[in-house]
Design a protein around this ligand. Sequence first.
Ligand code: UDP
Length: 194
Amino acid sequence: MRTVTIMNVPFIHINQESFVKLLVERIEEKEKTFVVTANPEIVMKANEEPDFMQLIQQATYITADGIGIVKAAKLLNDPLPGRVTGYDTMMQLLKIANEKQYRVYLLGAKRETIEKTVAKLHHQFPNIQIVGYHDGYFDWENNMIAKEVAALKPDMTFVALGVPKQEKWIAENYHHFTHGLFMGIGGSFDVIAG
Ligand code: UDP
């Protein structure tokens, strides 16, 4: 996959629709995928904090989450096809999960928020298979969640712990998982819960 590098961060050169297709192909092939959707704040943070840069470089793909990244690529004379946001990617994947019976795990946000999110998603996608979920305020040290996710083997796991916690959780636990998509999605559950 071609990438466009902005301040040392390699962005995948792909549009929203093709990116979702690529992720679905990888799910079908039982590949493991770590996605970081990076906005300008993330690029700045990565350049200020080597540990965070090292963390996001572990991603399979880094996408341009926001018009700021797309504009920067244009200024560098190496344009990107458009924004590929965490929220849109997640919603499009959930629609496909509903049709194809993919196994979905949701992690993050406050307990009431995640419960509301699960209820709303069941309403919007009647056949969705949410195989598990947990709020984002858990004991990081004993990390029962990673064991649960490893045992449930979801096809897609959406992690809403904010930056950099969500990327850290995925990177630290990635070796426990055999396949599936893992993506940090920031405040998206708060948006769905309303
Ligand atoms: N969050 C969480 N656990 C934490 C910290 C944050 O579950 O330890 C959740 C928070 O409830 C919110 C989401 O992470 O639903 C995103 O938080 P924020 O908007 O601060 O992150 P951003 O999208 O700006 O990265």
